[in-house]
Design a binder for this molecule. Structure first.
Ligand code: ADE
Length: 235
C-alpha cells in the first residue's frame, strides 16, 4: 500500500511513524508513506497557502491552487490514482469497519487541513471523501491523519506479529475486547479468573465471548444494541 499525506506540517509525522508496528511495516515494505508539504506549491513570494473567507467571518481558508498543484504532483508519482480523503470534523466518523475497508485499498491520499477549513472546491474538485476521528475539533487534520494511518497499517497482512491478533480486537464483529490477564496468578489479592487457568479451550472461548458481550452492554450500550439487532436480522 502507498499512503500519501498532504500537509503543511510534515515534521509532525516523524515519531509516530517511527515506532513499533508502523516502523516494522515500513521496513518490510508493506506500506510506503510519502509526506508532501502543501506550502512547497505556493507560488507567491510569501508562500501563501490561505486567505480570508469570501463573505467575511473569522479565520483563514486554505487556498485551492497550492492544494491542487500539490495533489497533482503527488498523484503523478504512481500509476494508482488513489482514494482521496480529507480529514475534517465534518466527515463521516471513523469506525473499525471503515478502517478495514481502507486497509484493502492500494493507495490512500490523505489531506490534512489547517485554519478554519478548506475552500469547498478542494473537496468537490478532488472528489474527496471526508473522514472525522470524532466529534471534537483538533487544530488541524494531522493528528487525525496519523490515527487513520496507524489503524490502517496495523491491519495490512504481515504487519502484526501474530496473524490472529486483529481478529480479537475491540470492534471486530461489533463487540469490545475480552479481558486479558498474565502472570502472576494473584496480584495484591486480585485473582486471575479460574476458567483461564484450567486449559479447557472450549470453555475459555465461551467465557471470553460472554465477557465481550457483557462489557459491550455495560460500557457501550449503543454498540450492544447494534450487535443485538444485527443478530436478529441475520437469524
Ligand atoms: N480536523 C480537525 N478536527 C478533526 C477531527 N475531529 N477529525 C478529523 N480531522 C479533523
Amino acid at each position: 500500500m502507498r499512503i500519501d499525506v498532504l500537509t503543511l506540517f510534515p515534521e509532525m509525522f516523524g515519531s509516530p511513524l517511527e515506532y513499533s508496528i508502523i516502523k516494522r511495516a515500513r521496513e518490510q515494505r508493506l506500506v510506503e508513506i510519502v509526506l508532501s508539504n502543501i506550502r512547497d506549491f505556493a507560488t507567491d513570494s510569501y508562500r501563501k497557502v490561505d486567505d480570508k473567507p469570501y463573505g467575511g467571518g473569522p479565520g483563514m481558508v486554505m487556498l485551492c491552487k497550492p492544494m491542487f498543484d500539490c495533489f497533482e504532483h503527488v498523484q503523478a508519482q504512481s500509476t494508482e490514482p488513489g482514494n482521496v480523503i480529507l480529514l475534517t470534523p465534518q466527515g463521516q466518523p471513523l469506525t473499525q469497519e471503515k478502517v478495514v475497508e481502507l486497509s484493502a485499498l492500494p493507495r490512500l491520499i490523505l489531506i490534512a487541513g489547517r485554519y478554519e477549513g478548506f475552500d469547498e472546491r478542494i473537496r468537490t474538485g478532488l472528489n474527496a471523501e471526508q473522514i472525522s476521528i470524532g466529534d471534537y475539533v483538533l487544530s488541524g487534520g494531522e493528528l487525525a491523519a496519523m490515527v487513520v494511518i496507524d489503524a490502517v497499517v496495523r491491519l495490512l497482512p504481515g504487519a502484526l506479529g501474530d496473524e490472529d491478533s486483529a481478529a480479537d480486537d475491540s470492534f471486530s464483529n461489533g463487540l469490545l475486547e475480552y479481558p486479558q490477564y498474565t502472570r502472576p496468578e494473584e496480584f495484591r489479592g486480585m485473582k486471575v479468573p479460574e476458567i483461564l487457568l484450567g486449559g479447557d479451550h472450549g470453555k475459555i472461548e465461551k467465557w471470553r465471548n460472554e465477557q465481550r458481550i457483557e462489557r459491550t452492554r455495560k460500557w457501550r450500550p449503543e454498540l450492544y444494541e447494534k450487535y443485538i439487532s444485527n443478530i436478529k436480522n441475520n437469524s
